[in-house]
Write a protein that binds this ligand. Structure first.
Ligand code: CUA
Length: 326
């Protein structure tokens, strides 16, 4: 039942490039349903238009008001559509089960979703990234957690999608079949910057994957560079602008902030120093800034999320931006 030639023709209009082992099955069922609809819709509507014209009300015309019964017709238009919808259900359920049953020989990657950032942790060496790297032609299992609200992991090219739910693990798997770079979306509305919760999946050769993983665990030596490195990897950049990096909101800008007075929502004023940064990371809601009362609350980072040494590096990074224009 390989209909991928049909998918090739229609791809690009209905679907992005197909890049996983699920794609053939999903696309085949989608196009089967599409064409079944076309095959029924066109003749039915054409006949309807023709009959409304043919049996229209006009002077001297008298239609037959008796309802007619025809057993053969009744049975035909009951049995055929029933068989079709049962087949559609069967194909859909079988495809869903294939996606739900994770095979044994998988490469496992932890996925953390939070407002508004994806991060991935690789079991092989503990490396972390915001871009998902996977080797081609291998079964990949994702073990997914949300740190705050409901998100949903979606890679259209893989035809793979699953919710990421706070307070529980969800799993999904896929086997990428074509090397390349594909879009990865959050596909569940999760607040202000939901539409920015996007990243990429890089499907690479086994060799490149190994090199990439080794690259991920190399922290820069310089403390400012290291701070920038954590800023990019620990989701700070999804809300705070720094240098020319990161989103411009909803969180305050790092540029030109160091050493300046900060007005708090309760009317107090504090200095933007080491203590203020540490407190803002460990217990963000305790010193809410004036003007940010209605911004989405930043999640608190415990010592296991961000070690004290890593906070020091981020402080050094923010400090290095003190003369930047906000
Ligand atoms: Cu996360 Cu939408």
């Amino acid at each position: 039942m390989n209909m991928s030639f049909l998918a090739d023709i229609q791809e690009g209009f209905w679907f992005p490039k197909a890049a996983s082992s699920f794609a053939d099955r999903v696309d085949f069922l989608y196009f089967a349903i599409l064409w079944i609809c076309v095959i029924f819709f066109v003749p039915i509507v054409a006949a309807m238009i023709y009959f409304t014209y043919k049996y229209r009300q006009r002077p001297g015309y008298k239609g037959n008001t008796e309802a007619l019964h025809n057993n053969t017709l009744e049975v035909t238009w009951t049995v055929i559509p029933t068989l079709i919808v049962v087949w559609i259900f069967w194909e859909g359920a079988a495809g869903y089960l294939e996606m739900s049953r994770v095979p044994d020989d998988t490469l496992d990657i932890n996925v953390y979703a939070q407002k508004w950032n994806w991060s991935f942790k690789y079991k092989e060496n503990g490396g972390e990234s915001n871009i998902l790297y996977v080797p081609v032609n291998q079964n990949v299992k994702l073990i997914m957690q949300s740190k705050d609200v409901l998100h949903s992991f979606f890679v259209p090219a893989f035809r793979a999608k699953r919710d990421v739910v706070p307070g529980r693990y969800t799993y999904m798997w896929f086997r990428p079949t074509v090397e390349g770079v594909y879009d990865l979306f959050c596909t569940e509305y999760c607040g202000d910057s939901h539409s920015n919760m996007v990243t990429k999946v890089h499907v690479v050769s086994e060799e490149k994957y190994k090199l990439q993983l080794a690259e991920l665990v190399k922290e820069p030596e310089d403390i400012i560079e290291r701070g920038k490195w954590f800023y990019q990897r620990k989701a700070c950049m999804s809300c705070h602008h720094a240098g020319d990096l990161g989103a411009k909101g909803p969180g305050p800008n790092y540029n030109g902030s160091w050493g300046k007075p900060v007005k708090l929502a309760d009317g107090q004023e504090v200095i933007f120093d080491e203590q203020y940064v540490l407190n803002s990371i460990r217990n963000p809601s305790s010193q809410k800034r004036a003007g940010y009362e209605n911004a989405s609350a930043m999640p608190a980072y415990s010592k296991s999320d961000l070690k004290d040494e890593q906070v020091d590096a981020i402080i050094a990074f923010i400090q290095s931006l003190k003369d930047e224009k906000p």
